[in-house]
Design a protein around this ligand. Sequence first.
Ligand code: HDE
Length: 728
Amino acid sequence: MPLSKRKNANLLSMGVDDAKRKQSQLEIFTTDTAHVLTTNQGLQIPDNHNSLKAGVRGPTLMEDFILREKITHFDHERIPERVVHARGSGAHGYFKVYKPMVQYTHAAFLQDPDIETPVFVRFSTVVGSKGSADTVRDVRGFAVKFYTSEGNYDLVGNSIPVFFIQDAIKFPDLIHAIKPEPHHDMPQAASAHDTFWDFASLMPESTHMLMWAMSDRAVPRSLRMMEGFGVHAFRFINARGDVHYVKFHWKPKLGVHGLAWDEAQKIAGKDPDFHRRDLWEAIESGNFPEWELGVQIVEAGKEDALGFDILDPTKLIPEEQVPVQIIGRLVLNRNPDNFFAETEQVAFHPGHIVPGIDFSNDPLLQGRLFSYTDTQLSRLGGANFHEIPINRGVCPMHNFQRDGLHRQTINKGAVAYEPNTLGNGLQGTEFRVDGAAQGFQSYPEQLQSPKIRCRSPSFDDHFSQATLFWNSQSTAEKDHIAAAFRFELSKVNVPDIRQRMVDNLAHVDPKLATRVATSLGINAPDPKAAAGRLGFRDYRMVNKVDEDPALRMVGRPGGSVKTRKVAILVADGVETATLRRIQQDLVDAGALCKLIAPHLGSVGTTTGRQLAVDHTFATMPSVMFDAVLIPGGSDSAAALCGLGEAVHFVLEAYKHCKTICAVNDGVQLLSTLGFSLGENPDLISVPTPGVLITDVRKVLDGMVSQDFMTAIALHRHWDRLNIDAIPA
Ligand code: HDE
């Protein structure tokens, strides 16, 4: 029977009334036109922005059935991939503290510099599905599980130090807005669409995070070249009970570097596994990625002097204000044996905590404390996910929780309760946990407040730190941010959303807002219109610092040629004396060189030998590399100039501001860019950062490799002029 007839038959057999009822039920559930929000039981919700707390700045109450229902429902929406952070890559390693942190915390793993604490780290994108591309514009998850002697400690952080929202109750809304739109499931792993910017433009508290998300931080060159942040303030507690607020930082040894946006998009198609592969290959080849753990410490009671609320997760503590103290080192030295068993089944949770560290009342963190266990119940199928090997601690575990799906432990004996006298074969001896001093102790904070569902007024400033971030950027980074807003908002179909967004940006920096508005061809930004909208708070604190160099990426320390990928472009007739010299110097310094040719196999050299080729232009485009070397040899150069893929390769590398070195005839490949060898290669008429044009003698005299490597270590030459004019 055809489908339509079958449907009718079903309707008939249900009876006309039942069919109508079903139809109207479906309509209720498929239209979102109602202007009220209700719980799943139909109870109207008066406030969808704030959770129920013990005081405006107090912890969220377990009683908050609306918060719990909303987050529970959200947590169960995807099976089995993670609801957020679905796409991830993991690695094993170890952590070592540099010196005892006894002054601030009694956490055991932060005391002894001789102890290596095993770790498992999972990096992830937030928005895309498990199979989405690595180089999309997004925050990266940076989750570290420390297997300590006192239990597992999870520092479940991100690559950006602030967040979009201030209260956990808005998380499902944020993620619904940024995920593919529900009617057609598009776009994948992208924020550049109407619903995200609709939400963001209506939520001024997201502005600071938007500035970061539109910066190159959101398109990292490598997971190994990315900072990590705990985001929330936590508490350190020492043996005397003294309390300090602490913010955690991970600082990569290789520096912090981003991709060009055009490059990131192309990589997403050419190699969607770009970051995963990069991490895997670095570890396999013994180039173990490293980070240092930093802490910003603020004595409890002195946090008001910061000038903003330390509990507000849309704020960071400028490093200029409170320096980061480096306290330890993380090394990733082993790839997982099985992606599913380890990277997929690992279950992180901000509530996996150890004595000496405690939570703050940050309302985002408080909501997270509920969410992570809850989400594992759907994802990992029951309450025993702590028994999965990757999640097991290294210290003994003992309690009277029993049974449940997939229980692994075979508990012996009759006793599954406490207190008891029948357990442990010690009949008559009482086993009782008496609440004495040992074990995890929550900080005994005094709370005397009304039960209230509202946001603390100290969270009201939504723009000052967005401005601080903007003011701290280099010119090139500002250009990238403005271009990213243009890109994202150009993909928004509803004009009002674009306008709302630039109106908001006027409160960050009027010039930025005007620039974005002009590039979108819309009305000039109107800060008053933004200020007149619901959700806008007319409060601006005064930043204690005007700029913070730690907020930019360009010109910061840490640049290195180590593990940088250099393409050497060759064809028949290539001259190899210079090639070998530069290649050897690069390899000695830790760079990775690959020979790219029009075909696989080998190419002939000027001395009549054969040179083995690694890849063809077809499979390894310029976006896979950090730098390009074009050796000499007139036949080789002529052959490459006649090959569209080779010409495109260098144009694109140039456009993406990469270092290019051309030796002798190799410069012919740069002729479309206006470069030539000339009589004196030092006298290039337009000085172009990161382009080296040289002759054989200089290479063999050893005068080129160092300049080439210094230029590569700068990562990119973002101040290169007129790159928009390059057709690549
Ligand atoms: Fe998460 N987050 N999150 N998150 N998050 C998850 O837990 C959640 C937030 C972060 O590699 C989920 O096991 C809520 C901030 C990372 O396995 C889920 C809120 C930060 C990872 C969840 C936040 C993070 C997650 C999905 C707002 C940075 C990946 C799968 C209150 C500090 C961990 C899972 C991994 C994963 C909930 C906000 C970091 C649904 C409710 C802020 C790195 O439980």
